[in-house]
Design a protein around this ligand. Structure first.
Ligand SMILES: [Zn+2]
Length: 124
């Protein structure tokens, strides 16, 4: 694999590790998340200030809106196809919907964090 190809794929694994395993993009300590979808103020290992690069506000609706549509479509499709009883469907949705939102927010925030760190010159 060439040097440039390695650089192109390097960030994608970093996004997954940051989103799912809370790895700090700089030092890989597991310090990124303080809440399900909120950054810790800073890395406890290397001191990188995550809060300075955290995306906040209405821009995150661009992530949540398509996820909401997909979840609604999925719930309707499952209801049409399987006709599950409500006592089973509602608790399943009460678990699946928050998990899907948290995972989507984590991936979006990790992506923005890494892009902002690269733009600031903190990451190569
Ligand atoms: Zn760190």
């Amino acid at each position: 694999m060439s040097e440039s190809a390695s650089q192109d794929t390097k960030g994608q694994g970093g996004i997954t590790r940051a989103a799912l395993f809370a790895w700090c993009p700089c030092c890989t300590a597991r310090t990124l998340w303080d809440a399900p979808a909120a950054f810790a103020p800073s890395c406890r290992a290397c001191g990188l200030a995550f809060a300075d690069y955290e995306p906040k506000g209405r821009g995150l609706y661009l992530v949540l809106f398509p996820v909401t549509l997909a979840l609604m479509g999925g719930a309707l499709a499952v209801d049409d196809a399987l006709m599950p009883p409500l006592w089973l469907l509602f608790p399943a949705l009460a678990v699946i919907v928050p998990l899907a939102m948290i995972v989507a927010l984590r991936f979006a925030k990790a992506l923005v964090l890494i892009m902002r760190l690269r733009a600031a010159g903190v990451l190569r």
